[in-house]
Design a protein around this ligand. Structure first.
Ligand code: NAP
Length: 296
């Protein structure tokens, strides 16, 4: 069997088109969803994420306010800016780009964000609501994975899912979402990590594999059941002298061999990646609708 490729770029474009038309509709009701993005320091990767977020807002017609603060910004000043956005009625979503410089403690900064504007879904109030199945902002990468599965027609209910990785931003939340007693959940989920014995034995049982380890070739063909759905979240740089920049990006899955056994597979790049910013836009639109008392 050769897998069908899940085209994350195409799914993200479709979702953005839906959001664009929702935003146009909201504008007729005098509602303009707004996103604030705060970057501290000069990390080139973070800067390019922030630029991409601003462009994505423009593309679907959102208001955006991007602030770039110097590397040596004091924690209190960053928190004051967050509080300013908490009270700004033009802003429905606040995102502080992580990681922050070492002298700033991430915890208090995330706690300072009004949970009603926490479109990253990292505030403990939103995390708690997600775990107990209440309405909340779902974190963007795992929400993007869920949308890829749903929009590819993958049967989640009753499926054996193996998630490789237990981080707070990918592994734990996607596992939580998929075990919810809901139409988009009802899976049986195993979460693996570096202390898991016999990773291959777990992965081999999976109808759906979600690889979020951050290590190339963590999932090889011998670990994959014939016909499994494979979602590769990993983004890893490997040296490649044939490329101008000296490296290429690969996922956690040995794509070339695994695609011969899977039924569906996401590529890297072009799989999960394009969904993350799209779900941020989705959450911002949802937030503006909730603030206006509309059904989100
Ligand atoms: P992380 O915080 O480094 O967590 C990695 C997890 O994988 C940890 O739980 C670790 O276990 C586990 N792990 C690592 N090697 C393993 C192995 N050989 N066997 C089993 N488990 C293993 O990473 P993350 O933030 O979740 O990100 C994971 C990957 O996804 C990275 O490549 C990242 O760049 C990518 N990512 C992509 C997007 C996107 O938008 N496309 C968004 C977020 C992340 P321990 O807990 O035991 O250490």
């Amino acid at each position: 069997m050769t897998a069908q490729i899940i085209d994350g770029k195409a799914v993200a474009e479709q979702l953005r088109a839906e959001l664009k038309s929702k935003v146009a509709d909201l504008k007729t009701k005098d509602i303009l969803p707004g996103l604030a993005v705060v970057l501290v320091g000069d990390d080139p990767a973070s800067r390019s994420y922030v630029t991409a977020k601003g462009r994505a807002c423009d593309e679907i017609g959102l208001y955006s306010d991007n602030r770039c603060l110097p590397e040596l910004t004091a924690q209190e000043d960053l928190i004051s800016l967050v509080e300013e956005f908490n009270h700004d009625p033009r802003i429905h979503g606040i995102l502080v780009q992580l990681p922050l410089p070492k002298h700033i403690d991430e915890g208090p900064v995330v706690l300072a964000i009004d949970p009603a504007k926490d479109v990253d879904g990292f505030h403990p109030v939103n995390v708690g609501k997600m775990v107990i199945g209440q309405e909340c902002f779902l974190p963007c990468t795992p929400h993007g994975i869920l949308q890829l599965l749903l929009r590819s027609g993958v049967q989640i209910e009753g499926a054996e899912v193996v998630v490789v990785g237990r981080s707070n931003i990918v592994g734990k939340p996607i596992a939580n979402m998929l075990i919810q007693k809901s139409l988009t959940g009802n899976a049986t989920v195993t979460v693996c990590h570096t202390r898991t014995h016999n990773l291959a034995d777990h992965v081999r049982r999976a109808d759906i594999i979600i690889a979020a380890a951050g290590r190339p070739n963590t999932i090889t063909a011998d670990m994959v059941k014939e016909g499994a759905v494979v979602i590769d979240v990993g983004v890893n740089r490997v040296e490649d002298a044939t490329r101008k920049r000296g490296y290429r990006l690969v996922g956690d899955v040995d794509f070339d061999s695994v695609k011969e056994k899977a039924s569906l597979i996401t590529p890297v790049p072009g799989g999960v990646g394009p969904m993350t910013i799209t779900m941020l836009l989705y959450n911002t639109v949802q937030s503006a609708m909730r603030a206006a008392g509309l059904e989100a």
